[in-house]
Design a protein around this ligand. Structure first.
Ligand SMILES: Cc1ncc(C[n+]2csc(CCOP(=O)(O)OP(=O)(O)O)c2C)c(N)n1
Length: 381
């Protein structure tokens, strides 16, 4: 993968340039088959969620059909766990495939859609696709777009200070890169001498709801913005699972080793439109990463079309049964409505009470500007 390689899928209408695809090292058969299984499971999950929403078992659907090749690769390559010695994930609302690849139970996604009390991500309070798992460093996914890019600076700073090889991964869409949070992320990730171990991912589907990226971006590729910050960057084809996996391997390896940021722009499809608000119907004109992979598996003699259909039918059946079960699970009790809204302990007050009276007012340390002629010792600014 070149520093900025431009490989855009032909079905992508707004990509402005496409250089020849770099030669990709094929993946071992076993890895391809594992990727395929999780990709199919993730697609079946999203399709079940769409049906639930349409059938009145949920209020809203948003998700990631079309991002599976990249998102499953991301989950498989993540160093999963809790605390700064493991990777932090600041994801977006199209990340269900990453969650499944990490080991999440798809039934829990159905629970969040149905808003039942057993939803482990939000106790039946948040939209579907808004995951949050403390024990795997999955920061709560937000509905306000792009704020994750500013929040991720915090975990990356802790990891820079802590050493080791764990990294912070942050992911969002192309339209959101117009927000100031994205610019803040580029600035903070690339401060000379304090570069952050951050993989900054932009999944570029060419749309911001109904706004076409081609009418919004003067730059050729979002990854080109990395250059201005002296940051390594690349643009890869997220519809081809081998390009996605290999591109991620290289970018993640660089961030782990060098403790510096990498901006990775990934072309993906948006196969069911923006969300249930735009109808959630299949978009025939976009490339389907699963069909692409299934053609490859068949050509390499790894999995027949018949075996692929059987695999899909198995996931479909299990998810249908799970949806029927979740339908009868209890909703949160009304008296719990305000749980988790306010902290149950007054952490600020408790801390203030512990601090001896004289020290309660925090004083800024003496700060001397290099050009200041004379500053009395202890004087604060
Ligand atoms: C701060 C903020 N502004 C606007 C919105 C409304 N909104 C929701 S999704 C979206 C489009 C985001 O497009 P992009 O960043 O490309 O991600 P995609 O949904 O295409 O994956 C917008 C504008 C929002 N949720 N938050």
């Amino acid at each position: 993968m070149a520093d900025v390689s431009h490989s855009s899928p032909s079905a992508f209408p707004t990509a402005t340039a496409s250089a020849p695809r770099a030669r990709i090292e094929p993946l071992p058969s076993e890895t391809l088959l594992r990727l395929h299984e999780r990709m199919v499971e993730a697609r079946c999950l999203e399709e079940r969620l769409i049906r639930m929403q349409r059938g009145g078992d949920g209020y809203f659907w948003i998700g990631g059909p079309g991002e599976e090749a990249f998102n499953v690769s991301l989950g498989m390559l993540t160093k999963r766990g809790e605390g700064i010695d493991h990777d932090y994930l600041h994801l977006h609302y199209r990340s269900s495939a990453t969650m499944l690849a990490l080991g999440a139970d798809p039934v829990d996604a159905l629970r969040q859609m149905k808003s039942v009390a057993a939803d482990p991500y939000s106790g039946g309070r948040n939209f579907c696709g808004h995951y949050s798992i403390r024990k795997w460093n999955v920061a709560p996914i937000t509905s306000p777009i792009e704020v994750q890019y500013a929040i991720a600076i915090g975990t990356a700073t802790a990891q820079k200070r802590g050493g080791g090889d764990a990294i912070t991964i942050v992911q969002g869409g192309d339209a959101g890169t117009a927000e100031g949070d994205f610019a803040s992320c580029l600035v903070w990730a690339s401060r000379p001498g304090f570069e952050l171990p951050m993989l900054i991912i932009v999944t570029h589907n060419g749309w911001g709801i109904s706004t076409n990226a081609g009418e919004q971006h003067g730059e050729k590729h979002i990854a080109d913005r990395g250059r201005g910050f002296g940051m390594r960057a690349a643009t890869i084809d997220g519809n081809d699972v081998e390009s996605a996996y290999r591109g991620l391997e290289e970018a993640m390896g660089y961030v782990r080793r060098e403790r510096k940021p990498f901006l990775l722009e990934v072309y993906v499809s948006r196969l069911y439109g923006h969300s249930s608000s735009s109808g959630s119907n299949f978009v025939e004109s976009e490339t389907d990463c699963i069909s692409e992979l299934e053609r490859k598996l068949e050509a390499r003699g790894l999995r027949s079309a018949e075996a692929c259909a059987t695999l899909r039918a198995g996931f479909d059946e299990r998810l249908l049964e799970a949806a029927k079960m979740v339908k009868h699970e209890p909703m949160p009790e009304p008296e719990t409505a305000f749980d988790h809204v306010f902290t149950e302990r007054d952490l600020v007050g408790e801390r203030a009470r512990r601090v001896p009276h004289d020290n309660r007012v925090w004083r800024a340390p003496a700060c001397v500007h290099p050009t200041a002629k004379s500053v009395k010792s202890g004087e604060t600014h």
